[in-house]
Design a binder for this molecule. Structure first.
Ligand code: CO8
Length: 258
């Protein structure tokens, strides 16, 4: 792979790094294809958590690749947007929790990529934004949808219409990021957070994600119906037996994620 590095650690945590540092990890077709391939191949691998970051200190990703997009026809632009949206949906639906570890620029498609992750940690250097209107275009990898859902309609419109950048602490205040990692080791902090999550029953963690993802567009009544069905499903897992037995035996559970 040219544009993505992926390592799966013994503790079940995967680290995916966008690797085009010369272009501030801008998302071109090659990078998107490699991202898709890792997500597809890892979806059934039983990973307990996946951390995404960008190579180097300057950028998570400075957006979709402007040099590649510049000459697009309307039809080509729509196809490119459809491709990015589909891959970001794969990321959003990844069975295990996903954590974006953002250093430097997360602009345009980079901000959209972070928003397709479950949790976003920001280093002190993190800069978020949807600057597309400066280029005469709109967000095309989900920004008009996910930003509104993350920060609310008025704040999202202001950010997308002014194209202004948001630093780490403001991103947290807006709800775009979960927290600022003060010491700057944002990847280390994301791995540690992934480890804390992975110490819980991995099958249940996956079902928490499913319960939220599959119901956030439903009314409460239907959401509750989906929740109780997934709650039932927990009782068909080894992790539930182990978790409850361990509690009753006053020992630490040894979860398998099954
Ligand atoms: N695409 C391609 N190359 C890029 C990008 C990008 N998005 N961002 C930076 N680069 C390249 C630069 O061209 C430069 O390359 P070179 O050294 O060969 O000239 C290198 O990365 C370093 O960049 P700078 O010299 O500009 O570094 P600075 O520190 O001066 O500035 C900035 C950093 C502020 C991040 C600046 O690079 C910048 O403004 N980048 C563009 C940010 C942007 O507008 N992003 C949004 C792009 S549009 C988008 O993401 C829409 C997504 C949906 C697409 C839908 C499909 C149709």
């Amino acid at each position: 792979m040219e544009c993505i590095r992926f390592v799966s650690r013994d503790d079940g945590i995967g680290l995916l790094t966008l690797h085009r540092p010369k272009a501030l990890n801008a998302l071109n077709s090659q990078l998107l294809a490699e991202l898709e391939s890792v997500l597809v191949s890892q979806a059934g691998s039983g990973l307990f958590a996946l951390v995404l970051t960008g190579q180097g200190d300057r950028a998570f990703a400075a957006g979709a690749d402007i040099a590649e997009m510049a000459g697009f026809s309307a039809a080509q632009a729509e196809t490119f947007a459809a491709r990015g949206q589909r891959i970001f949906e794969l990321l959003e639906a990844f069975p295990a929790p996903t954590i974006a570890a953002v250093k430097g620029f997360a602009l345009g498609g980079g901000c959209e990529l972070a928003m397709a992750c479950d949790l976003v940690l920001a280093g002190p250097s993190a800069v978020f934004g949807q600057p597309e209107v400066k280029l005469g275009v709109i967000p095309g990898f989900g920004g008009t949808q996910r930003l509104v859902r993350r920060v609310g309609r008025q704040r999202a419109l202001e950010l997308m219409m002014t194209a202004r950048n948001v630093k780490a602490q403001e991103a947290v205040d807006l709800g775009l990021a979960l927290q600022v990692v003060d010491d700057g080791d944002v990847v280390g902090a994301a791995m540690a957070l992934a480890g804390r999550i992975a110490a819980n029953g991995p099958a249940a963690v996956r079902l928490v994600k499913r319960a939220v993802a599959e119901t956030d567009h439903l009314d409460l009544h239907r959401g509750l119906a989906a929740e109780r069905s997934l709650f039932g499903l927990c009782f068909a897992t080894d992790d539930q037996t182990e978790g409850m037995d361990a509690f009753l035996d006053r020992r630490k559970p040894a979860f398998t994620g099954r």
